[in-house]
Design a protein. Structure first.
Length: 304
């Protein structure tokens, strides 16, 4: 366990010494980048320019929540949904999607960074990110992408030696809101990896709404390590008296320690039925809801 009382002043002091100009950070709303932004803000104040890119692949209400939480900072919000959807057009392979999102992210970030002419880049890389990326399990786009394409005086990684639980501990000590400190993991490529096949606006909307319902029903009551909904295909159903061809939504809720292995939660039947009923009635394009009971391994937590 990291000694937060010591870690915070030390990290702030280190950033202060390392950064003598203007710095940027890609703020995603996850606990890692949020902690880094808050540490850096305490160190260099308005010389920090956090950049938040709304990829259009975010969860419902996420951008507004983030704008509110970080309103005390020099936050730059970039709305770039069209660029991301254009990059994802026709892409069906999961790793290709990650690449498309990652590369577009870098380009949008670069464009914004150029406008700000910052000399320093702060990154929220944590210890397990490095291990998993080196292992080649999945390409996590928050590692290794930005530095190679941009010319910074220095890249500062204030939490590179911390584990996730230590980052959360620091987040609490920094008095970040609970929704950040205890935020469940959300993949960098966002809802794109919760849509099987091509990402379209229509699928994206169904996925976003279904994710919101699943979180509302499960987060507080069952405290899953991670829970979400994915659009996994199309199937036949009956809406009113008419046969309809609509989306199949899969609900996933898992317990885990570190995301390396996971177990599906044994949810009560009435809860699952209620989720099904809400999803199919509130999202007219969905005809079928399934619950994924597969542990990791052999499945991964995300569908893609
Ligand atoms: P899997 O699906 O590999 O997921 O069992 C393990 C954890 O990692 C998250 N995940 C990602 N995070 N970029 C990320 O930043 C990604 O490409 C990515 N893919 C999966 C996933 O949500 C889970 O918490």
């Amino acid at each position: 366990m990291v000694k937060t009382e010591k870690f915070i002043p030390k990290a702030v002091e280190k950033i202060k010494n390392e950064i003598d100009g203007r710095a940027i950070i890609a703020l995603s709303g996850g606990v890692d980048s949020s902690v880094c932004a808050e540490l850096a803000y305490r160190a260099i104040g308005d010389r920090l320019h956090p950049i938040y890119i709304d990829t259009g692949l975010m969860r419902k209400g996420e951008t507004d929540r983030l704008k509110h939480i970080f309103s005390h900072m020099n936050l730059h919000v970039v709305y770039a949904k069209d660029r991301f959807l254009a990059a994802l057009k026709g892409v069906t392979d999961p790793e290709e999607k990650r690449k498309a999102v990652g590369e577009t992210f870098i380009r949008v970030f670069e464009d914004e960074a150029k406008k700000l002419s910052a000399e320093y880049l702060i990154q929220g890389t944590i210890y397990p990110d490095r291990i998993e990326s080196e292992g080649g399990i999945k390409s996590h786009h928050n590692v290794g992408g930005l530095p190679s394409v941009m010319d910074f005086k220095k890249i500062v990684e204030p939490i590179e030696d911390l584990y996730k639980d230590e980052v959360r501990e620091v987040a609490w000590a920094l008095q970040l809101p609970e929704e950040i400190c205890e935020r469940m993991p959300f993949p960098g490529p966002g809802l794109a990896v919760r849509i099987l096949g091509e990402v379209t606006e229509e699928k994206l909307e169904a996925t976003r709404e279904a994710n919101a319902i699943v979180e509302e029903e499960l987060l507080d009551r069952f405290c899953p390590w991670q829970t979400y909904a994915a659009v996994i295909g199309k199937g036949t159903g009956v809406k009113g008296d008419i046969r309809a061809y609509g989306w199949i939504v899969a609900v996933r809720a898992v317990g885990s320690r570190d995301g390396m292995t996971a177990e599906a939660l044994e949810l009560p039947w009435d809860v699952l039925r209620h989720i099904q009923s809400r999803i199919t009635s509130e999202i007219p394009s969905v005809v079928r809801v399934v619950y994924d009971i597969t542990p990791k391994p052999p499945a991964t937590i995300e569908f893609e």
